[in-house]
Design a protein around this ligand. Sequence first.
Ligand SMILES: *Cc1c(COP(=O)(O)O)cnc(C)c1O
Length: 390
Amino acid sequence: MKKTLIRPTSLAPNSSTPLVSPIIQSNVYVTKDPSTLDKIYNGEISGYTYAREKHPNSDILAKRINLLENSEFGFITSSGMSAIAAVLFGLCKSGEHVIGGDQLYGRTLRILQDDLPRLGIKTSLVDTTNYRNVLESITKHTKIVIIELISNPTLRISDIIKIAKVCKKNNILLVVDNTFTTPLTMKPLDLGADVVIHSITKLLAGHSDVTLGYFATNQSKIFKPIYDYAVTTGLTPSPFECWLAERGMNTFQIRFQRCQENAEKLALWLQKRPEVINVIYPKLGNHPDIKIFKKIFKGNSCNMVSFELKGNRTSADKFAKNANRISFAPTLGDVGTTLSHPSSSSHRSLSKHKRKKMGITESFFRVSVGLENFDDLKNEFRKGFRDLKK
Ligand SMILES: *Cc1c(COP(=O)(O)O)cnc(C)c1O
């Protein structure tokens, strides 16, 4: 009889623990009796029930990011987009209104333009680099303002402090996607935001091998509906991916510092190149939002640099081909430098006219700067510039 029992025990009690978090793939948890299970569901004692609700590896990862963001309630989701979806769909109902930055991440814009309106939630997209645009768009139905602090790919900056004040005064929730800025540069909850979001996929995990997201708040009444939406619709992550991201996060701070140093050096070097018309980096004196930058960024910045070459698409093709050791790939935050060309990728759905208005021409590139030795990186750019228009 004994031999026919399947899984009679799990790990035996042990007097030592592994240094590294184990990967716990189990999708279900065994409890002693119904009353114990009840207590777990009620939050009276800690424990896990079913992996869609949460699991040890997602919990460990959430706690790591909570520490960086000074947040009390954080949760890991299957992607950055599922975190954004959970926040917006979990908090809004038909008849309400959402204001978003007009340069938000492409898929976030799509939720605001297509998905929320389909459910009767009105939306307005505004240039949040001037907080007055937010103020002027508020209606009595406005529930949420969602912003990124550094826009992609033109790296414009929004004044979180002013926007947070406007939101507070009008009883509106401020949601900040902190992916580009990271908690090393900015801690939105400390500055008046109600919810912070990350695409862990990018800088936090840092190795282009996981797709994960995170949302957090310090208010349990806000956390509950977002969490319930994420769990009900199954937006939860796999233990293995959480484990990989936890491993990546061991080096996040040192990676980000190094990427920023390289980014600043690259921006200054690009400015002097005859093949380049324009360089955008928040720390440069000619940045249009330099005042806001100095006020709120406190020395930190980001690892993104955008630049425009002389010439057109032909120059862009030549550059990407010549600099073939810089990966031409539409992502950011990898350990290695990656190059993206917005007009053929992230911003391809916009009309040429709209792109031009934003400054995104056919020879405009966005660089996510990595950890390389700077001289090697510079030499690769130099190789890219070979035979280009000066
Ligand atoms: C990539 C990204 C997202 C989406 O994250 P995924 O993990 O790819 O779903 C959202 N916001 C910003 C700013 C991003 O860069």
